[in-house]
Design a protein around this ligand. Structure first.
Ligand SMILES: *[C@@H]1O[C@H](CO)[C@@H](O)[C@H](O)[C@H]1NC(C)=O
Ligand SMILES: *[C@@H]1O[C@H](CO)[C@@H](O)[C@H](O)[C@H]1NC(C)=O
Ligand SMILES: *[C@@H]1O[C@H](CO)[C@@H](O)[C@H](O)[C@H]1NC(C)=O
Ligand SMILES: *[C@@H]1O[C@H](CO)[C@@H](O)[C@H](O)[C@H]1NC(C)=O
Ligand SMILES: *[C@@H]1O[C@H](CO)[C@@H](O)[C@H](O)[C@H]1NC(C)=O
Ligand SMILES: *[C@@H]1O[C@H](CO)[C@@H](O)[C@H](O)[C@H]1NC(C)=O
Ligand SMILES: *[C@@H]1O[C@H](CO)[C@@H](O)[C@H](O)[C@H]1NC(C)=O
Ligand SMILES: *[C@@H]1O[C@H](CO)[C@@H](O)[C@H](O)[C@H]1NC(C)=O
Ligand SMILES: *[C@@H]1O[C@H](CO)[C@@H](O)[C@H](O)[C@H]1NC(C)=O
Ligand SMILES: *[C@@H]1O[C@H](CO)[C@@H](O)[C@H](O)[C@H]1NC(C)=O
Length: 882
């Protein structure tokens, strides 16, 4: 059943993403979760598909380990992690873009006490102290995992891939988003866009149901409980009208209109609680004096077992936790019931519905206004979670979305849309600002009673919560005539829980210092231009990143032109905000007012220089970035060298086995002398011994050298094998060519004078040539018969091929000569026919009509052909029927 659904999805995907064969370069997506990552690609002519990793699995653990100078990622890293817990790093997503004292980082340290977390002295962010010389930043570790994702995608697509869309949690702040982009930069990946994973999943839901949407908005609630966090999203689907290149078009669109989340509610918290529960149970058994909580390896084993038991308890009501040699040679076996697990997590279940309530509140909707509720994420598999959700929503919960892979597929669809190589049926997305953004600045008020200056902090909301993006906004400062400073901050977060505000850390984003304002003002003091304020151009891009592009002073100059009242440009605003696109277009309109009778309003802009200071979190830059990059390059090089070595070692081993096998076959034995055979055998066993001894761990080129020696020693034998094997076939081909040529010759010889296109000299020449070749072949074949198999052949494939080639050329030349002669003769004939035609035209009209009819028929045929061609076109969507 599940399989069938998957099949249908892939077929549908073919409709959704079409291939533009002109520039076919594959693109990829990484759904980078906290526990797993899923990778998807779209390549030319192939629908969206999930990439299989090295183990042929559809998802890869986000884990990386370092041990004995070797770096491992994914399942391999987990294997290391059970034995050497502090050598393996996982759950890295929630550590991106955070200071060491961030509550989430502290929680991580508490959950996994065996990691040594230290502070980056400059950025105040956390670093993993791996050993005395190495400290890894989360960005660096994520970069290495992303590199692996790219490698998997490339080997799956069988081509290089550079363009990627990466998912991030919807609640990611500016600093967290920038950290993910930095990781991608370190990995050498070109990020087309960061996409919120809930939006990607909602997009995936939409592209497979395109036909269900119309101009009436449909609201769907997605509830996603993952490993680390829970997100509830209200997505609104609607067909909207857009204008592109002057044409109105209708496209489906999904907009995020409500969001609620809990950064720490998820499977990991449950697993940690179960781990600690099991640890306590073991300690209480008093099997050993040692505290299991003080032993990292035992804790890693318990953590792994807790994960397994947690999953089993979703289907069964009880289960035994079992760990062999947990600590001090002591095994652990303990029965856990589902009820026990649920009791452990009772406070967590109270938090389950909060994200939904917050999502509905931010969307200003009630449950009744929600069409479907769809649950995704591994966390929702817990029966208790579903029970709570069902009780709260009083609805049937939809599970029809291929939950695990929806975000990766939605993201890769977006990647195909953004890259130039694919034609994609439009499905637009509008995301929503989670953390409001405001601009704060100081303003001096008029002197008070006691003549003291009063300074007031003015706050202007720039992007309120749930504001759609991507979006551009212009902020106008009307009262500033001198240089000043403003702050870009997160806005009023009173509606967010305290825990969330603590995680955000600094609510200041940037301080912007403007300079040169007075200079600009002075410039237009006497030219009649009126100061219209200072405009700051902000935007939030597709990735959810805020930026300030330019700041400029604006002036308006009115050039009066005859009659009529001027229609002043009405884009002045109060002190502060307001604005956006509308002011932009108004400006455009007024500047382009060209009608003679109206006064011309000229808008003058003077760019103001600005300096931005980052206040939330310094990005990984400078020396630390260089060091990280260098280390990544070195590790990549080591990986490459190791792989090359493995391949070289394997090639040598295989070659030896192959020779030993071949030399035991009669077919090959006859190809070498006794003496040579012994020599080869000896060399083989010598190399074989070396491989398991001195040569067990040397550089790739050492293996390659040894392989070359063996190849030199056996090269002639293999060459002879090929000669003897292929000779009969090549001789047959040559004989056939001689035969064909002989027939050609005799045909020419017997031609009637009318069709005789070659003269006798040519024919005689050809005859000699054929005879010579025939006798050469006969002679050589005899000689070869008398040559022992182990000696160099006297009749080689090369020699036969050369003969055949020259003969072929000669014959072709004669054929051409004959053809030309014939064409010439036909032309003369045609001339004669024309003459005849002329006379015939005078006699009748009927023939004319007939040929006209025939023409029509021909035309019909052509049309028919092209129709068939079109329907076979891979770009034709309706072509695939379900
Ligand atoms: C839009 O679709 C919904 C449900 O699919 C339907 O109830 C509604 O009548 C449709 N509206 C229009 C204008 O077609
Ligand atoms: C923040 O918003 C709340 C209402 O949501 C309001 O009561 C409060 O006064 C605001 N705080 C500030 C500092 O503006
Ligand atoms: C943060 O912004 C406020 C203005 O809202 C400003 O007064 C304060 O100095 C800023 N904090 C820092 C650390 O720059
Ligand atoms: C500008 O527009 C507002 C409303 O859009 C209007 O109230 C105001 O009178 C206009 N001002 C001018 C100068 O036209
Ligand atoms: C300006 O802002 C006010 C309130 O902030 C709003 O009512 C008005 O519609 C806005 N005007 C424009 C042009 O955005
Ligand atoms: C403002 O206008 C320019 C050109 O007139 C255009 O390129 C830009 O996209 C517009 N910005 C907005 C926010 O509409
Ligand atoms: C320009 O103004 C006209 C009428 O004044 C209006 O219909 C049109 O939409 C405006 N164009 C823009 C780009 O704002
Ligand atoms: C030579 O070619 C002719 C016709 O092309 C064919 O009938 C005849 O069997 C061929 N002879 C040999 C020996 O291949
Ligand atoms: C065979 O044919 C080639 C080219 O057609 C010619 O050069 C050569 O002399 C012929 N005879 C022998 C014995 O190779
Ligand atoms: C004779 O008629 C045919 C069509 O009927 C025409 O194509 C051809 O050009 C004519 N020939 C001459 C010499 O007029």
């Amino acid at each position: 059943m599940a399989r069938l659904q998957f099949l249908c999805l892939s077929l549908l995907a073919l409709c959704a993403v079409c291939w533009n064969p002109v520039q076919g370069v594959a693109v990829m997506s990484v759904d980078f979760g906290s526990e797993w990552m899923k990778i998807a690609i779209v390549s030319p002519g192939v629908p969206m598909e999930i990439v299989l990793n090295k183990e042929s699995k559809r998802k890869t653990p986000v884990a990386i380990a370092f041990r004995n100078d070797e770096r491992t990622i994914g399942e391999d890293a987990y294997t290391i992690g059970v034995k050497f817990p502090s050598n393996m790093y996982f759950y890295l997503l929630e550590l991106l873009g955070k200071t060491l004292d961030n509550p989430l980082v502290q929680l991580y340290q508490k959950r996994f006490p065996y990691y040594k977390l230290v502070e980056d002295p400059e950025r105040k962010t956390l670093l993993f102290e791996h050993d005395s010389e190495t400290k890894f930043s989360p960005e660096e570790l994520v970069a290495m995992i992303l590199t692996k994702a790219k490698e998997y995608a490339e080997s799956f697509a069988q081509q290089q891939i550079t363009e990627t869309v990466i998912t991030v949690p919807a609640f990611f702040s500016q600093a967290e988003r920038r950290a993910m982009l930095k990781a991608a930069e370190l990995a050498g990946i070109k990020v087309l866009q960061l996409i919120n994973s809930n939006t990607a999943a909602a997009l995936d839901y939409g592209i497979f149901r395109r036909k269900d949407f119309n101009e009436t908005a449909q609201n769907i609630l997605f509830y996603d409980m993952g490993a680390s966090s829970t997100v509830a999203t209200v997505a609104s689907y609607q067909v909207v009208k857009t204008k592109e290149k002057g044409y109105a078009e209708y496209h489906p669109q999904v907009s995020v209109i409500g969001l609620g989340y809990d950064r720490t509610l998820g499977g990991l918290e449950i697993q940690i609680r179960l781990r600690d529960f099991l640890g306590k149970a073991f300690n209480e058994m008093k099997k050993t004096k040692n505290d299991v909580f003080q032993n990292p390896r035992a804790m890693a084993k318990l953590f792994k077992e807790a994960g397994r038991v947690k999953n089993v308890l979703s289907a069964n009501v009880d289960h035994y936790a079992q760990v062999e040699n947990l600590i001090d040679e002591q095994d652990f076996r303990y029965q856990v019931t589902r009820e026990q697990l649920e009791n452990l997590c009772s406070d967590l279940f109270e938090r389950v519905t909060v994200p939904i309530e917050r999502a509905l509140a931010s969307a200003k909707l009630t449950l009744d206004e929600i069409g479907h509720i769809i649950i995704v994420g591994a966390g929702t598999r817990m029966p208790k979670v579903q029970e709570v959700l069902t009780a709260f929503t009083k609805r049937e919960l939809g599970k029809n979305l291929n939950a695990d892979e929806a975000a990766a597929l939605g993201a890769v669809y977006r990647a195909a849309d953004l890259s130039t190589g694919f034609q994609v049926k439009k499905f637009m997305t509008k995301d929503a600002v989670v953390l409001p953004i405001e601009v704060d600045f100081e303003r001096e008020l008029d002197a008070g009673e006691d003549n003291k200056k009063v300074v007031k902090i003015v706050r202007r909301t720039l992007f309120p919560a749930m504001n759609p993006y991507p979006q551009k906004k212009v902020l106008t400062f009307n009262k500033h005539h001198e240089d000043f400073t403003f702050y870009v901050n997160y806005g009023n977060m009173s509606s967010f829980p305290e825990s969330e505000v603590a995680v955000i850390g600094s609510t200041n984003l940037t301080r912007v210092q403007l300079s040169g304002i007075a200079v600009g003002l002075a410039k237009h003091q006497d030219d009649g231009a009126e100061f219209k304020g200072i405009k700051a151009h902000f935007s939030i891009d597709d990735s959810g990143l805020l930026s300030l592009s330019t700041v400029e002073s604006t002036f308006e100059k009115i050039h009066p032109v005859v009659e009529e009242q001027p229609e002043a440009a009405n884009n002045t605003q109060g002190d502060g905000t307001n604005s956006t696109d509308s002011s932009n277009s108004t400006e455009k309109n007024s500047t382009s007012t060209k009608q003679e009778k109206k006064p011309k309003v000229e808008i003058i802009k003077e760019e103001i220089s600005k300096t931005e200071f980052v206040l939330d979190l310094q990005d990984l830059t400078g020396a630390s970035l260089t060091l990280a990059q260098k280390r990544i390059n070195e590790l990549n090089e080591k990986d490459r060298a190791r792989k090359e070595k493995e391949i070289a070692q394997n090639n040598l081993e295989t070659f030896i086995l192959d020779i030993q096998d071949k030399l035991s076959q009669e077919e090959f034995q006859s190809l070498v002398t006794e003496e040579d055979r012994t020599k080869i055998f000896e060399k083989c066993s010598e190399t074989s011994e070396w491989l398991y001894d001195d040569g067990s761990d040397v550089e790739a080129k050492e293996y390659q050298k040894k392989l070359q020696v063996l190849k030199d020693l056996t090269g002639e034998m293999f060459e002879r094998h090929r000669e003897h094997r292929d000779r009969p076939e090549v001789i047959a081909a040559f004989k056939n060519a001689l035969n064909v040529s002989t027939h050609f010759l005799s045909k020419l010889r017997n031609a009637t004078p009318d069709e005789k296109y070659l003269d006798d000299d040519d024919l005689d020449g050809l005859e000699t040539l054929l005879e010579d070749n025939q006798s050469w072949l006969d002679k050589k074949m005899l000689a070869q018969k008398d040559t022992p198999l182990y000696e160099a052949p006297v009749l080689t494939l090369r020699a036969i091929a050369d003969k055949m080639n020259t003969m072929d050329k000669e014959v072709k030349m004669l054929v051409n000569k004959a053809k030309n002669a014939r064409t010439k003769r036909l032309k003369e004939l045609a001339e004669k026919l024309k003459e005849f035609d002329k006379k015939a035209n005078e006699t009748t009209d009927e023939t004319k009509q007939e040929s006209a009819e025939k023409k029509d028929k021909d035309a019909d045929n052509t049309k028919g052909d092209s129709e068939t061609e079109q329907s076979a076109n891979p770009l034709d969507d309706d072509h695939v029927e379900l």
